[in-house]
Design a protein around this ligand. Sequence first.
Ligand SMILES: O=C(O)CCC(=O)C(=O)O
Length: 259
Amino acid sequence: MPALSPEELYLFDTTGFLVVREVFSPAEVDRFRKELDALHPVDPGFANTRRYHDLPATSELFAQLGRDDRIVHRVREVVNQPLRMLEGYGLRRGPDSVLYLHGGNSELLDLGNGTVGRDMSITHTYHDGRLFCPYVKSLVYLSDIASPDDGSFCYVQGSHKANFPLLRPRAERGARTSLIDEGFPTLTDVFVGAGDLLLLNEALMHGTRRKRTPGDRLLVAYGYGPTYMADWRELDGETGDLRGTGYVDHDVEEDFVHP
Ligand SMILES: O=C(O)CCC(=O)C(=O)O
């Protein structure tokens, strides 16, 4: 039986993501949280955020989770190529933390020899009844995120199929605030519970709201792509280094303001 129903595939295709509820039991969530408690996160340089680098290498439990059929069978159906794991990490966030918007099908990439409006690492297509997504992330939530103040996942509707860039023109007009705070007509929140799985086409422009509630916000994330995808390593002078850390960890919009 396919891991994704026709309706789930339709949702993933048209919205750029899919939430599958209660994939992991409360007992598993508890085990994952305890495992993270025993590992050593690093400070990635944003407010009240700790990052657990390379989980498959630092924890057998998280290595297994990255190979878990409940994730991998679903991912296979939207990659449809020989599959490899690109990354596995955890994020523990406290009050006042935020993850600015990143991704977007047509956001501009500055290269050493100019600027392009296609990031091929997220350029996805459809052929003969199958989706071909080169970069798919599985977010396993270990906290309940029930309101924007909990730092909810948010995304710009349709941005995985966008034809125009959104962030660069804003920055060029002098916009200094993030859409996370300022809002945008199609910026939409997604609320999840601990144990839910969010399958994400990385072409979708997404981030999270600013967390304002007490307590931590914990998740583990695995990126997958075709085996021919390589680890991202930028050359000097290029700013297209978005893939290496798994996310744009500083404010992309700020970057565009100060090119
Ligand atoms: O924390 C989230 O809900 C989203 C995480 C994310 O977008 C990322 O790690 O790239």
